[in-house]
Design a protein around this ligand. Structure first.
Ligand SMILES: [Zn+2]
Length: 408
């Protein structure tokens, strides 16, 4: 990589890297940029010189990958270890129906090559961890957080703080989203705002709580806009501001965020190294059945489990001692359920305690096993001793016992 130095002898920054020339094809392709005075030829060459890392090739990563490629970002790094699932296609436009079952990195690479063959894609088929994050992030100018879980979000933040890389943040849930630009230009970082993660299981993931399919399109496009502005050095970025998007009311608000001198990442007692973010976020060390390895974990407290096959055996032997309780929401019950269960949504469990006979074996389930783990804790706290969580919930039941029970 070629750098040149200013006349004052100071080391050049990445944005001062020697800018590459554009081919005839590229000049034609980017003509709507080239006639924009704020971009123009130098700006387009800056985009071509830029190296941007996308952590996650999912909901946010889709519009990010497509727009950054179309805009002519020269090198896009992609970190993902997931496989395309039918449930992804409602929002993850990098992947198509024909890609179901393929690694997301493969379909993302094909799609990006089709959008713009001038883009160089570097892929990392791995989960971002404390052991590999610094090495993966180091060669990039801008890091974009398109993750769906707290452990990776804190890891990306802390790695960006340690390396001095701008972190283009975005997150989504149901109908709401957030975006900001962290760890840049003396602005705050994610942990100035959210010092510590919420208790494990308190905030459901999109897999548990749902998300409007277009929302990651909206928020990811905002992130792409911020990344491009940052690379071009134009406009006013979201440094020091948190953008809040509410798709239902279609209201956008920004709140000012100051750098916190006592921030555990970028403050006076600054971070020296990465930590174990799964432990920090109270996540079980193994990835959960959603494949996200996320905040749906069971936390530190022991929750007794029963496997789907064992439950099926007991149900088929007409075992009268079992009280099978589904703790999901009524609309989920209508999508799929395990025969013989009764519905007690988690939020109503406290009021329903009197209907649960402590003398019987109570088995609770939800979609993936995270909410029902909470139900087990609630029941145990209420004095119930014979309580088990159905491991993997409806998803594993469908895989291992009855595929006619729909996965969603
Ligand atoms: Zn901070």
């Amino acid at each position: 990589m070629t750098y040149f130095h200013g006349t004052d002898g100071a080391a050049a920054t990445a944005t001062e890297r020697e800018l590459p020339d554009l081919s005839r094809d590229e000049i034609q392709r980017y003509s709507r940029h080239l006639i924009l005075p704020d971009v123009a030829l130098d700006g387009q060459r800056r985009l071509k010189a830029a190296r941007v890392l996308l952590v996650g090739a999912g909901g946010l990563g889709s519009p990010l990958g497509l727009y950054l490629a179309a805009a002519g970002i020269g090198t896009i790094g992609l970190v993902d270890f997931d496989v395309v699932d039918l449930t992804n296609l409602q929002r993850q436009l990098l992947h198509g129906t024909k890609d179901v079952g393929r690694p997301k990195l493969d379909s993302a690479r094909d799609r990006i090559a089709d959008v713009n063959p001038h883009v160089h894609v570097e892929s990392y088929e791995t989960r971002l961890t404390s052991a590999n994050a610094l090495e993966i992030l180091e060669p990039y100018d801008v890091v974009i957080d398109g993750t769906d879980n707290f452990a990776t979000r804190y890891l990306v933040n802390d790695a960006c703080v340690l390396l001095g890389k701008p972190n283009v943040y975005g997150s989504i849930f149901r109908f709401e989203g957030q975006a900001s630009l962290f760890a840049d230009a003396n602005g705050p970082c994610y942990r100035c705002l959210f010092r510590e993660p919420p208790p494990a299981g308190l905030v459901p993931s999109c897999a548990e709580g749902g998300v409007l399919g277009v929302l990651p399109g909206l928020v990811g496009t905002i992130q792409a806009t911020e990344a491009i502005k940052r690379i071009l050095g134009i406009g006013e970025t979201l440094v020091g501001r948190l953008l809040l998007v509410d798709a239902l009311t279609m209201r956008f608000r920004t709140v000012n965020v100051r750098r916190n001198p006592a921030c555990p990442a970028c403050g006076t007692r600054a971070l020296r190294e990465l930590i174990d973010y799964d432990a920090f976020c109270g996540v079980a060390a193994h990835p959960n059945v959603d494949g996200h390895g996320t905040n749906g974990g069971n936390g530190r407290q022991e929750v007794p489990e029963i496997g789907p096959r064992e439950l099926a055996r007991r149900l088929s032997s007409a075992d009268e001692s079992i009280d099978l309780i589904d703790v999901r929401e009524p609309h989920e019950w209508h999508i799929a359920r395990i025969p013989g269960a009764r519905l007690v949504p988690l939020g109503n469990l406290d009021q329903a305690l009197t209907t649960i006979d402590a003398g019987r074996d109570t088995i609770v389930y939800c979609r993936s096993g995270a909410r029902s783990a909470k139900a087990v804790r609630t029941l145990k706290a209420a004095g119930h001793k014979r309580v088990w969580n159905l491991a993997g919930g409806v998803l594993r039941w469908s895989d291992e016992v009855d595929p006619t029970v729909a996965k969603y």
